[in-house]
Design a protein around this ligand. Structure first.
Ligand SMILES: Cc1ncc(COP(=O)(O)O)c(C=O)c1O
Length: 417
């Protein structure tokens, strides 16, 4: 066997090179391993659980997060490093860790940063499982959370305690697409040496880089826009190298790591992030404007519409308004269910960020009574009967609108548009 002549191009001097690159160049080229034996310029997929160790080969590649040679895939793997470097570059952060799910990323990060006796402040309008983690699970470890609505974000000042360690936000919330003033909130947090953590799933790095507005840690459900094809579950965390190393120690113990095959798919999906999200931004804006004119629609929620309560904040903090639009249909949940059943192109599925247009009724899925949310809480949150959420895909907008128009025309008891 000849000696192995593998070398890395993009991993060297990454910071300097990437400064000049646009977002798609970064997505396509960051972190790739070039194997000159075959002229291969895509990182190969090494599927094994363990690597030869110790490895006396002088050309052995090291895991940049540990500075050690690769040992075991739960600790790290070359294709996982590639996707981590792609995401770190897209978010403008020093380093990234990927996980087996968005929830693995969130729970591992919180357990790495917080300890018994610590306190956290979070927005109330959270993804349901994150809310449940904070309200029911973390208290078992002596970690308490106070919640504040995006509508009253300045009230975080009143909730700060001596032991407050984290302020937790989401870039755009589900399903009413609220946009917290991250800049303002980060400023308050910094004055009190509180770390700002942002779940940036809904905005994606194409529409917002929270690190630029004062966030210390950015989290993604990479299942959504980062992968973009609806064919895997993954999570990601971006921060500085010191914080990432701390979280990595806990990832290694809890074990929520991604597998190499999914890491490859995620790496591939990421390369088209900019063109996908650009199209989704455009489609969502056109859809929101269409829905505003439909008689059967009582209200449309989209941060790109001047009628949205956070339109001004969204214009300041987002490059694009995102691919999710929600609306209330007249007649409540029963009509909403009939409407969704009539759709053909748009699929009834409780996810988002995919190239496929997906539709959900939040009161039947993410905010169903079985999740422990009462009718009173739903009303307080503004999640009214008849609310429908659409995660707009990359299909031709005329076809999405025609699908919706057909469904409006078919629902009994309403006269169409
Ligand atoms: C905003 C947000 N964060 C986190 C998650 C959890 O991600 P995953 O399903 O990849 O665990 C979701 C899932 O829908 C989400 O919408």
């Amino acid at each position: 066997m000849g000696s192995i002549m593998v070398y890395i191009i993009m991993r060297k001097n990454m910071k300097n090179q990437n400064k000049e690159w646009g977002i798609s160049t970064k997505a396509v080229h960051s972190g790739q391993i070039v194997d000159i034996r075959y002229g291969s310029f895509l990182t190969p997929i090494f599927v094994q659980d363990a690597f030869i160790n110790p490895n006396s080969n002088e050309n052995v590649l090291r895991d940049p997060l540990s500075n050690e040679e690769y040992i075991y895939t739960r600790y790290g793997n070359p294709i996982i490093t590639t996707v981590e470097q792609q995401i770190a570059t897209l978010e403008g952060g020093e380093a990234c860790l990927v996980f087996s799910s968005g929830m693995a990323a969130i729970s591992t990060t919180l357990l790495a940063i917080l300890a018994k006796g610590d306190h956290m402040i979070s927005i109330k309008e959270l993804y349901g499982q994150t809310y449940s983690l904070m309200k029911y699970e973390l208290p078992k470890f002596g970690i308490e959370t106070s919640f504040v609505s995006v509508s009253h974000i300045e009230r975080i000042k009143d909730l700060i305690k001596k032991n407050t360690k984290i302020l937790y936000l989401e870039s755009i919330t589900n399903p009413l697409l609220r946009v917290a003033d991250l800049e303002k909130a980060s400023k308050i947090a910094k004055e009190h040496e509180i770390m700002v953590v942002v779940d940036a799933t809904f905005a994606s790095p194409y529409n917002q880089n929270p690190l630029k507005f004062g966030a210390d840690i950015v989290i993604h459900s990479a299942t959504k826009y980062l992968n973009g094809h609806g064919d895997l579950i993954a999570g990601a965390v971006v921060s500085n190298i010191e914080i990432i190393r701390k979280i990595r120690q806990i990832r290694t113990k809890i074990g929520g790591n991604i597998n190499p095959l999914d890491a490859y798919l995620l790496s591939r999906g990421l390369k088209t992030l900019a063109i996908r999200v650009e199209r989704q931004n455009q489609n969502a804006m056109a859809l929101a404007r269409f829905l505003e004119k439909v008689n059967e629609v009582k209200r449309v929620y989209y941060p790109g519409l001047t009628s949205h309560p956070d339109y001004t904040v969204a214009r300041r903090l987002l490059r694009g308004f995102g691919g999710v639009v929600s609306f209330e249909i007249a007649g409540g949940d029963e009509v909403a269910r009939r409407f969704v059943e009539k759709l053909q192109i748009c699929k009834k599925a409780p996810s988002l960020g995919s190239i496929h247009t997906l539709v959900t009724i939040p009161r039947d899925t993410s905010h169903h009574p079985r999740t422990g949310i009462s009718e009173e809480e739903l009303r307080e949150m503004g999640i009214n009967p008849g609310l429908i959420r659409i995660s707009v895909g990359i299909e031709d907008i005329k076809d999405i609108i025609s699908d919706l128009t057909g469904a409006f025309e078919k629902i009994d008891g309403l006269g169409g548009i």
